[in-house]
Structure formats: structure tokens, C-alpha cells
Ligand binder design. Sequence first.
Ligand code: 56B
Length: 306
Amino acid sequence: MERVKASSSWVASHSSHVSVDSSRLEKMVDEMNGSIPSIHWDFERIHYFDGGPLTVQYLFVLDALNFCFWPDEELNYDNLALGLNMALQKDKSALDADRLQKLDGPQLRNILKWPRPLPLEDERIRLLHEVGLELENSFGGKATNLVDSCGSSAAALVDLITRHFPGFRDHTVYKGHQVFLYKRAQIFAGDLWGAFKGQGYGAFNDIGSLTIFADYIVPAVLRQLGVLRYSSSLAKTIDANMEISAGSEEEVEIRACTIYAVENIKDLLSKKVGKQVLSVELDLWLWSVGVSCQSLRHHRTLSIFY
Ligand SMILES: Nc1nc2c(c(CN[C@H]3C=C[C@H](O)[C@@H]3O)cn2[C@@H]2O[C@H](COP(=O)(O)O)[C@@H](O)[C@H]2O)c(=O)[nH]1
């Protein structure tokens, strides 16, 4: 996680299109009054949860596919979660490692009850195959073995996932500098923590080391709050729903500055009110605000990472 924090901070200090408004950030922290709304992890009541190993398998598959819903205006994250949830309710072996390796596009659409091709469908299928194969080759087919081998460390889990599953390697090069964002690997640790309430498979002694999960919703919320500021050309591009390419300076700056801003929020909360707030808690709050805001304008990048 140190690499995520350090490289995001590097981007923020070399940024050309995005800036963090420190006075707005300070104001936001003051307005929090030392606390943030506590959001229940499954506030939308969409997730599969049985308190056991199958929930871990569900969350890993969920986060393997947890990216880029926006190209289909009617599709969102809930369709994915509910679809996988229903598939498991009907058939407990639906997400077994061998089954994942054989899934094709139409079958995935059928699971998600989606009437047309999914955005980046071929990539989603490729990633499911990768997850199934590597789970089988290195972890006896079970996502629980992945979690069990991390000694209750979220940082070790993120490290292990990114070493074994190339599809989770959410890093890039920005102005000649390698930048690590690791959204889906981190959110898997966050989801385990949230679903299992910090116990059992969700017990991590370093949950505070996670950063916020840099997707397309949280930056848009921070922009609305005035904490992130965009150059006028970037603002125009986003407001016109025009695409920003993956790996472009703009895209990396939006995501890295989001992480950097939230790290600053955490630091300020700790300095001003002596309160240690977790990124996962801030993320859940900001994300839930974002998805309930119909008019939210977010950046559009075709990416398998978020
Ligand atoms: N930062 C952050 N990003 C998150 C999530 C989640 C869902 N987390 C679950 C965890 C607890 C709750 O129960 C949630 O159900 C999805 N995303 C991202 O949002 C985007 C989807 O947006 P839309 O197209 O409108 O559905 C897409 O980039 C997706 O990757 C999160 O928690 N944090």
C-alpha cells in the first residue's frame, strides 16, 4: 500500500490537469466534525452472504468483474452483484474454479440476466478464465485459500493477488514514473472486511493501510465537493461525456489525486480530532453518496481496472 500512497502523491505533485484544493479539503474535514456517516456494507441488499467460504468465492469473482459498467447506460454494479448472488442461490457450484474456466459471453449474460452483450465482455470472460485457472493451479480452486495464506494482512492479500492474477495489476506509467492504484485488489480486501464485519475471513490487522478505491464515482464526488479541481479542458471533456483514454495523463491524475486527497483527509482528521478513520469507511460513504446522485458526471475510460 505504501507504493500506492507514494506514487499517488508523486502524481499529485506533478499533475497538469487535476489539483487538490487544500482549503476545500480542510473545510470538508471541519464539517465532518470528527465523524462520518456510518454506512452498512450491504446497504443496497444485493450481496450473497452465507458467512462461509462461498461468500469469499463470490466476493473474489465479483471483484474480478467489478469494472466499467457505464458504456451501457442501464447497466450498473448492482446488476453484477445481484446476478452472481442469484446464480449462487440457485446453484452453489456456479462459481467453482472449473466452471469459471468454461464460461462464455452468452452464459455470463444469462447469469446476469442481461439481454445484450456486456461492456468489455471478452475481457470479462478472459478475466474469469484467468481467475478460475489460477485459483485451481495455486489455491486448490478456493478463494479462501488465497485469503488464508495472508496472515490477516490486507496488504499481503493485495500483494498476493497482484502477483498471481495479472488482471488485477492496476498500475501504469505516468511521466516516466510507475504508479500503483490497485483498485480491484484493494476493494476485495475491503469487501471481505465489510461483509464479515472485520471477523473471520474479514479480519485484517492492517485494514487501515488500504487507500480509497479509485474508480469513476469517488473522484466525481470529490469534484462535486470542490476538493478535486479539473483544468477547463478536462472539465469540458468530462461534462460532455467524452471518453478519456486509459493510461492518459488525465486519467491517471484523476485517480491518483483521488487517493492523495483521501489520504490527506485521513491525516487531517487524525491531526485535528485525533480520529483514525479508515479509507474503507470513507469510501463506502463517498461511493454511496455518488451512486445515489443521478446528476453526477463522471469520467469515462474504457478500463478493466475499475
Ligand atoms: N470506490 C468504490 N467503487 C466501487 C464500489 C463498488 C461497490 N462496492 C460494494 C461494497 C459495498 C457496497 O455494498 C457496494 O455494493 C463498485 N465500485 C465502482 O463503482 C463504479 C460503478 O458505478 P455504477 O456504474 O454507477 O454502478 C465502478 O467503477 C465500480 O468498480 C465501492 O464500494 N467503492
